[in-house]
Ligand binder design. Structure first.
Ligand SMILES: Cc1cc2nc3c(=O)[nH]c(=O)nc-3n(C[C@H](O)[C@H](O)[C@H](O)COP(=O)(O)OP(=O)(O)OC[C@H]3O[C@@H](n4cnc5c(N)ncnc54)[C@H](O)[C@@H]3O)c2cc1C
Length: 397
C-alpha cells in the first residue's frame, strides 16, 4: 500500500466495463452507492463492442417450437430498453443511437424454414407479425420479384452499441477508472490500481463485482465457459441497403443474422452472425468468406455479390459454465464471500442482471455512501472500444 495515498473506501468496485458493468454502475449510482468501475482496456472491448445490438424479445429462442426458458427470461427486455432509450427508464440512454426500431425474421421458400417461422409466430403472437409481400413493410432488400420467402416483423429494436457505451461513459465519467494492468483478484479485500503516470491507488471496497467477460477466469471458483463465433462483415456499393433480419434455415439457430452499421468513413457494413458465425469457427478466414458469399448468393440471388468485400474475425462469448456447454437460459451470477462474478449472457439481459446484482449488494448489507475522493477525480479514464469494422488490423478481400 502506498503510504502517500490513503486507501479509499468504496461501496462497490466493478471490474470490467462492458454492458454488464456499465449498467450495474448506472443502477447503483442512481441509488446512491459509492461505486467505481475499473477497466483494463477500452470500455466494451471484449464482447460488447462486437454485439450486433439486437435487443432480443425471445423470437430467436422460440424457433424450436416451444417457449423456452430463454424466451421467457428475455421477453420483457425490448420494453425495458425502449424506456431507457426514451429517457423514462432506470438509466438514461437518450444519447444512444437506435439503428432500427424493429427487425425481421425471414423464412426462405423451403418448407422446413417456413414451418419453423410459422410455429415461432404462433408462440410469439403479439410480438411477431407476418408482413404481406405487397406491403411496403417488407425491408427494401427483400422487395424483389425473385423473393419467394415469407417475412415476419419482430418487435425487437437494434441499438448502435458504441453509442450505448458512450452514453454511459458521459453520464458516469467520474466513476470510470482506467487501470491497464488487469485486476486479477482482491488481496485482503483491497484492490490496487496501476497506471504508468500515477502512483498506485488502493481501494477498500465493501463488495467487488467482476463483470469482466473472459477476464472472469481470474476467479478460479467462478467456473466459466467460452463459446467462439467467427463473424463476417461485408461492404461495397453493391450492398442493397440496410437490413436487420434473421434468415431461417432448418435448425433452431438462424442460418444467418444480418445487422447493418456505418463505418468511420460512412460506408454501409453488413454484419453477419447466427449459424454462419457458429459453424464458421471450424473454418479459416478464406473458407468463411467463401461460405458467406455462397450463402448470400443463395439467399439474395438478385444482388451482384462479386464486387462486395468481406472481412472476418473471431471472438469468444464468456458465460457461466453449463452442463454440456450449452448457452445459459438467462444471465448468471456466482458469489464467494463479498466477491460476485456475473455474466449477462446477452447484451439485452444487462438490465435484469443489474437488478439481481443490486439485490446481492443489499444482501451483503452494504450501506449506500456517495464517493468523496479527489484521488479518483483526476485518475485516467478508459476510452470507448473501436467497432469491429473500423479495426485497422482487418484484412478486407
Ligand atoms: C459477436 C457477438 C454478437 C452478439 N450479439 C448480441 C446481440 O445482438 N444481442 C445481445 O443481446 N447479445 C449479443 N451478444 C452477447 C453480448 O455481447 C454479451 O453477452 C455481452 O456483451 C457481455 O457483456 P459483458 O459486460 O459481460 O462482457 P464484455 O463486453 O466482454 O466486457 C468485459 C470488460 O471487462 C474488461 N476486463 C476483462 N478483464 C479485466 C480485468 N481483469 N480487469 C479489468 N477489466 C477487465 C474487458 O476489457 C471488457 O471491457 C453478442 C456477442 C458476440 C460475441
Amino acid at each position: 500500500m502506498n503510504p502517500a495515498i490513503p486507501a479509499i473506501n468504496v461501496d462497490v468496485a466493478i471490474i470490467g466495463g462492458g454492458i454488464a458493468g456499465l449498467w450495474l454502475l448506472a443502477r447503483l449510482r442512481e441509488r446512491g452507492y459509492g461505486v467505481v468501475l475499473i477497466e483494463a482496456d477500452r470500455l466494451g472491448s471484449g464482447q460488447t463492442i462486437c454485439a450486433q445490438g439486437i435487443i432480443h424479445g425471445g423470437a430467436k429462442y422460440s424457433l424450436h417450437g416451444s417457449l423456452s426458458d430463454s424466451a421467457q427470461a428475455i421477453a420483457g427486455m425490448p420494453a425495458r430498453w425502449w424506456h431507457c432509450l426514451s429517457g423514462a427508464g432506470e438509466v438514461d440512454l437518450r444519447e444512444a443511437r437506435l439503428l432500427a426500431d424493429h427487425q425481421y425474421l425471414w423464412a426462405t421458400s423451403a418448407p422446413s424454414s417456413r414451418l419453423t417461422a410459422f410455429f415461432a409466430s404462433k408462440l410469439m403472437q403479439s410480438r411477431m407479425e407476418k408482413v404481406e409481400k405487397v406491403a411496403d413493410d417488407l425491408p427494401a432488400t427483400l422487395q424483389h420479384p425473385q423473393f419467394r420467402g415469407v417475412a415476419y416483423r419482430l418487435d425487437e429494436p437494434i441499438v448502435d452499441v458504441a453509442s450505448v457505451l458512450t452514453a454511459f461513459a458521459h453520464s458516469y465519467q467520474d466513476a470510470l477508472l482506467f487501470s491497464p494492468e488487469p485486476i486479477s483478484s482482491a488481496v485482503n479485500g483491497t484492490l490496487t490500481l496501476h497506471h504508468p503516470d500515477r502512483l498506485p491507488l488502493t481501494l477498500l471496497p465493501a463488495c467487488i463485482v467482476f463483470t469482466a467477460g473472459t477476464g472472469n477466469t481470474a476467479l478460479p471458483w467462478a467456473a466459466q465457459q467460452l463459446r467462439p463465433l467467427h463473424m463476417v462483415m461485408a461492404r461495397g456499393v453493391n450492398l442493397p441497403g440496410p437490413l436487420y433480419a434473421h434468415c431461417l434455415g432448418v435448425s433452431d439457430t438462424p442460418r444467418v443474422t444480418v445487422t447493418s452499421h456505418t463505418d468511420a468513413e460512412g460506408r454501409l457494413i453488413w454484419y453477419l452472425g447466427g449459424g454462419l458465425a457458429e459453424t464458421g469457427v471450424k473454418r479459416n478466414r478464406g473458407q468463411q468468406i467463401q461460405v458467406a458469399r455462397q450463402e448470400l448468393t443463395v439467399l439474395l440471388p438478385w444482388v451482384d455479390w462479386t464486387a462486395v468485400q468481406f472481412a472476418t474475425f473471431t471472438v469468444q462469448r464468456a458465460e457461466a459454465r453449463q452442463p454440456g456447454g450449452v448457452r445459459p437460459a438467462c444471465f448468471s451470477l456466482r458469489r464467494e464471500g463479498r466477491i460476485i462474478a456475473a455474466w449477462p449472457t446477452k447484451l439485452a439481459l444487462a438490465p435484469l442482471l443489474a437488478e439481481q446484482l443490486e439485490q446481492q449488494v443489499r444482501t451483503l448489507a452494504v450501506q449506500p455512501q456517495p464517493l468523496a475522493s479527489c484521488e479518483l477525480a483526476d485518475w485516467p479514464r478508459p476510452e470507448i472500444a473501436i467497432s469491429p469494422w473500423d479495426r485497422e488490423e482487418l484484412a478486407w478481400s
